[in-house]
Ligand binder design. Structure first.
Ligand code: MN
Length: 342
């Protein structure tokens, strides 16, 4: 059977969400995500906005054009996280319903990760239960910080506990740094995907590790895009400096930071179509922990497909990266064997 190509970080949006993001500019004048969306929605990005809003024929046509079997969909960043708690929770529910409907229309082409509103952790945990249960979604997505706070803070633990208990992964997708941290990035236009996203999201992952989240929840699985937001490159130095810090204040962590990264994380290739980096990450985190992604509609499908097609890596590893790992990690049913016409 042909290898299935499953793209694992593919964005969609709802009209309601985009309208709310446009209004968020007024409530959050210093937030770079609000500024970004205000600019995008002012015009000039109709192709991207159109791609985000489409959960139907045109998206499938693009997938077909590049031989992509499936999109794992997630509500585009910053999701619901710029809104107040009530509006955020309602929008997450609506987005999850729309996502489940799209998957029901195209069960072999779409899978999806559920949104939730971290602003209200108990309600978030309930929505996660509904999304994994009744809606049968494949995992969860959060866009890094919420109001400058990270999920390792005790008030957010119900969210991490829900993901672990439901046995579904949590994708930590980037957004810009909190307003108080952006000044040195803003003046050199570094807040976005060029650098700030990775700094922000890598920090979030490191906070979870250092807080001991994975000692308490050893089965929790976190997914990072963009080849792990730089962390695979840093593992040696992280462990080294961790040991050095132990002389001052003894950490209660049961393992080295890199052990958690290898055990509790998976990474995707989204927006990082670099075969050398893939080679390196295969050595650092192994073929079972890497999934292919495009980052549609922000990055182009052609480049992402060509990158993995051309990568000179072991064919069994390549099959896992194209789709085998996504089937296992997201609980996507394997494609039924093709029946012969009789
Ligand atoms: Mn993305």
């Amino acid at each position: 059977m042909a290898i299935r190509r499953i793209a694992t970080e593919e964005a969609f949006a709802l009209d309601t969400q985009l309208a709310a993001l446009k209004r968020a500019r007024l409530d959050h004048p210093d937030d770079s995500d609000a500024a970004f969306w205000s600019m995008v929605l002012d015009g000039g990005y109709e192709d991207i906005v159109g791609g985000l809003l489409d959960l139907g024929e045109e998206r499938v046509r693009v997938m077909d054009a590049y031989g992509i079997d499936m999109h794992v969909l997630l509500l585009t960043s910053p999701g619901v996280q710029l809104l107040d708690a009530d509006a955020a929770a309602s929008l997450a529910t609506l987005a999850n319903d729309r996502l489940a409907e799209a998957i029901a229309r195209y069960p072999m082409r779409f899978a999806g990760l559920a949104s939730f509103a971290p602003q209200d952790p108990m309600r978030a945990a309930k929505e996660m239960e509904r999304a994994a249960g009744a809606l049968k979604l494949n995992g969860f997505v959060v866009n890094s910080h919420t109001n400058g706070e990270y999920l390792d803070e005790p008030r957010y633990w119900p969210i991490l506990e829900a993901a672990a208990a439901l046995g579904k992964p949590l994708y930590i997708h980037p957004r810009t740094l909190p307003p108080g941290a952006t000044a040195p990035y803003l003046s050199r236009r570094l807040t976005g995907g060029i650098w700030g996203y990775a700094a922000e999201t890598g920090l979030h992952a490191m906070r979870l590790i250092m807080a001991g989240v994975f000692d308490r929840l050893p089965d929790l699985r976190i997914i990072l895009g963009h080849m792990g937001e730089g962390l695979p490159y840093w593992l040696y130095r992280i462990d080294y400096m961790f040991e050095l810090q132990q002389r001052q204040v003894r950490s209660p962590l049961e393992h080295r930071p890199s052990d958690y990264f290898k055990r509790n994380f998976a990474i995707t290739t989204s927006g990082m179509n670099d075969a050398d980096v893939l080679d390196f990450c295969l050595k650092k985190v192994g073929a079972d922990n890497i999934m292919w992604a495009v980052d549609y509609p922000y990055q182009d499908s052609a480049g992402a497909v060509a990158f993995l097609e051309d990568a000179a890596i072991d064919s069994a590893a390549k099959a896992k990266i194209w789709g085998g790992n996504a089937e296992r990690i997201f609980g996507i049913a394997p494609r039924p064997p093709e029946r012969k016409n009789s």
